[in-house]
Unconditional design. Structure first.
Length: 93
């Protein structure tokens, strides 16, 4: 959804993602379509179903990162995304 918040343009997305590399690859490509206008910012909410930091967010077990995490990390870098919850809660588990 494209909206103006306090006279600034935003694209709001809500995503419930399967833990699949192909999904994140396609999502990253789709996000490029929204970047046509550089003055728009993204707000993405939802559940990506990946554990970016196994020490903070994992519940034990195998701490090896799944391939899908690497796709999400690449998408975060490529689109300059941030995990606002983690920024405000850097040590919460």
């Amino acid at each position: 959804m494209e909206v103006d918040i306090q006279d600034s343009p935003f694209v709001l997305l809500n995503i419930y993602a399967p833990n699949k590399c192909a999904f994140f690859n396609k999502l990253s490509e789709e996000l490029k379509d929204f970047v046509i206008d550089d003055d728009k910012s993204f707000i993405i909410g939802g559940d990506f179903n990946v554990i970016l930091d196994p020490d903070l967010d994992g519940g034990g077990g195998n701490k090896k990162k799944k391939d899908s995490v690497r796709y999400v990390e690449d998408m975060i870098i490529e689109h300059d995304l941030v995990d606002i919850w983690r920024i405000h809660n850097p040590t919460d588990t």
